[in-house]
Design a binder for this molecule. Structure first.
Ligand SMILES: *Cc1c(COP(=O)(O)O)cnc(C)c1O
Length: 433
């Protein structure tokens, strides 16, 4: 029995196993690839498990700050011990209630997507008698390298169009309760190689320098986004960026000669790189069936457990990690199965992978989906079809340090105003008493 099968027997499947030593190693590798001083924000959405967050935000040496975009993520970050004053709150739909609560909890740094978004932050800060630092998220008119998820240069709910900055900036600088502290970019996710990553960062830095020079955007703080890559649900290693640090330093020396003294304060962000390779998903084969010449392997993990965002058509494929040389050979030389990996849900959309090369399987076998530490449960349709959430186990130094399962429950709501009979339009057909 392998270690994974042992854990699957003990905690049941579907089961996520996250290795905290790997989280710490990824954090170290990423800091090693960054100049100093440089802040690194961990994107909580990639894996909000408090133990994973703790491994990112605490420890010796350089530790991550948290990038959040909801009160749920704020709660997870605070539980994990992040200092609220160091947190960055982002997102296009920050509600007044959320802003009041976040500021009340001590968050002081926000990324804003428009003048009105900034005004909302200012109103929430004003009520509490504080001033919030705001980074203008920028939707640059120009783009550089080719990328997998591009969120800039096109019409978008994200960012302020650079073409409009000249007109809108003076208004933004006058919003009470706020201080325009700098700029935030996030043009790229999962760069295909180090050259694209470096190219995108250089481009971003030159756009930022232009914004400062041409429009007078004050740049005390400059968050240049991310793009650090990691394999997702397929075997493979995350890249180690050998040249990034030196190339960033060269570009920074050219464009921002005072950066080493902290002007501007530089930051970047990562989700998948920091946590992706820390996790595996263990899932059991429930059934195997043939249909019109194709094989379907039905698992106890579907899009309610993993890859729920595959509906967006961009996050999977899935492959399995062979359990030893025999299985590896079956996958390699095609003497195993080629099948669709599907979940247990009553929807034809519950597909984890098509034509996946697999070892020879039997009902009851456990499959290991590697590199599943980012965008696992958090990005899945946990509620769909009322199945329990997967168990999540954390190991450090080979020992299990935490095991739990998320549970959602219904809570009654108290109406905001005293209950009164609802007055709506009469039901179609005249209605009845
Ligand atoms: C999602 C997100 C990230 C993390 O992206 P990865 O590709 O997982 O590194 C970072 N910053 C922002 C603003 C995001 O929305």
């Amino acid at each position: 029995m392998t270690r994974y099968t042992e854990l699957a027997e003990r905690y049941g499947t579907p089961l996520y196993v996250y290795d905290l030593d790997r989280v710490a190693a990824a954090r170290q590798d990423l800091f090693d690839a960054l100049p100093e001083p440089f802040s690194l924000f961990s994107a909580v959405k990639a894996n909000p498990h408090p133990e994973v967050l703790r491994a990112l935000g605490a420890g010796d040496g350089r530790v991550c700050r948290a990038e959040i975009s909801s009160l749920g993520e704020l709660g997870a970050a605070l539980e994990a011990g992040f200092d609220p004053a160091e947190i960055l709150y982002t997102g296009p739909g920050k509600t007044d209630g959320e802003l009041v609560d976040a500021i009340g909890a001590g968050v002081r740094l926000f990324s804003v997507e428009s003048l009105t978004d900034l005004e909302h932050v200012g109103a929430a800060a004003g009520v509490q008698g504080v001033v919030a630092d705001c980074l203008l998220r920028i939707n640059s008119a120009s783009a550089s390298a080719t990328t997998s998820i591009r969120m800039t240069g096109t019409p978008s709910q994200f960012g302020i169009d650079t073409e409009t900055l000249g007109e809108v900036l003076p208004k933004m600088r006058a919003v009470p309760g706020t201080r325009v502290a700098g700029a935030h970019f996030f043009p790229l996710s999962n760069a295909k190689d180090e050259d694209s990553l470096v190219g995108e960062f250089r481009h971003t830095l030159s756009v930022a320098a232009d914004l400062e020079r041409e429009h007078g955007v004050p740049l005390r703080f400059l968050d240049i986004g991310g793009g650090f890559a990691a394999p997702y649900a397929v075997p493979g290693e995350r890249p180690v960026y050998e040249k990034l640090c030196e190339r960033l330093e060269t570009t920074l020396d050219e464009l921002f000669p005072d950066w080493r003294r902290g002007t501007p304060h530089l930051a970047c962000e990562s989700g998948r790189y920091l946590v992706g390779d820390s996790g595996v998903l263990l899932t059991r084969v429930i059934n195997i069936k043939e249909s019109r010449g194709r094989t379907f392997v039905i698992l106890d993990a579907g899009i309610n457990t993993f890859g729920g965002m595959s509906g967006l058509g961009r996050l999977l494929p899935v492959a399995v990690q062979p359990e030893g040389p025999e299985q590896a050979a079956e996958i390699e030389d095609g003497t195993g199965l080629s099948a669709s990996l599907v979940g247990p849900l009553c929807t034809p959309g519950d597909v984890l992978g098509r034509q996946v090369e697999l070892p020879n399987l039997r009902v009851g076998d456990i499959l290991t989906i590697p590199n599943a530490g980012a965008y696992g449960p958090t990005a899945s349709l946990l509620m769909f079809l009322g199945r329990p959430a997967p168990a999540e186990v954390l190991v450090r130094g080979g020992e299990v340090v935490s095991a739990s399962r998320l549970e959602h429950s219904r809570v009654p709501l108290t109406p905001l105003a005293p209950s009164a009979p609802l007055e709506g339009p009469a039901p179609v057909g005249g209605g009845r008493a």
